[in-house]
Design a protein. Sequence first.
Length: 258
Amino acid sequence: MYFIDVQGTLISDSDKSPIRGSIEFINRLNATNTPYMVVTNNTKKASNDFHKFLKELGFNFGFDKYLDPLMLLESRVSKESVAAYGAPAFLETLQSMGYTLNFKNPKTVLIAIKEDFSADEYAQMIDFLLSGASLVGMHETSIYAKNSKRYPGVGAVLKLLEFATSVEYKVVGKPSIAFYNEALKLLKKQNSALEFKNITMISDDVKGDLGGAKELGIKTIFVTSGKYKSEAEIVPFLDENLKPDFVYADMQEVLEKI
C-alpha cells in the first residue's frame, strides 16, 4: 500500500518525462491489485488537467487514485480576498476556481511555488501579515528544482515569513495531517482496513513529504531522482526519527526491491 509523490519521483523535474521504472511501478501495483494513491503538490494545473497530463505520459491510474492540494483548497481557504503568490499558471488556476485576488487588504496570504520571488513581494507579504492576514502554504516543499537549479521551496518561504512576522502558517497539501487524512480516506475505498501504519510513502522530498509522513507512522522511501543528488546531501543532517526507512536511486530500484 503506497502514497506516491509525482515531481522528482514519477516524473523528471527537468523535462517532466517519466523517470526510469515509474510507469512500470504503477503497472505492477495495478496488476497485483495493490492499493495506492498518487499524491502530488501540483498547483500549476487544474487537478483534472494534471491527472490527464500524467495519463498522457503513460501512467495508468484513475482520478480516484489522485490527490493534490487544489482539491482541498476550498475547504481550507475562503475564496474572498486572497493575496496569492506563485507562478502565473497558479494564479490563473485560482481565478478559474472562483478565488478573488486582493493585493490591497487581503484576508489570506497564500503561497505556492515560484523560483523568482522578489524582495518587493516579500515586503508586501510581510505588510499584509503584520496587518492581520493569515498565512497559508499550498504545500511545504523544502526545495524547488527547476532548470538544473534548486530554489527555496514553499516550506522555506513559509518559515522565512513566520520568523519575520511571528504569524504561524497552515499548509493545505503535503505534509499536512489534513492532506494525509484525505489521502487515507480515499485509499480506504480500495481497502477499508488500511491505516497509516500499513502504508509506505515514496518521495524525493525527504523533509517536505516524508518527515510529516513518518510522524504519522507511515513507512518512508526516499528516492534521489529529484531534489537531491544523493542521500549524503540531506539524510545525515536529519533528526534520527525523521530519517527515511529506505533510500533508493529511483523508481526502477524501488521496483526491483519490492
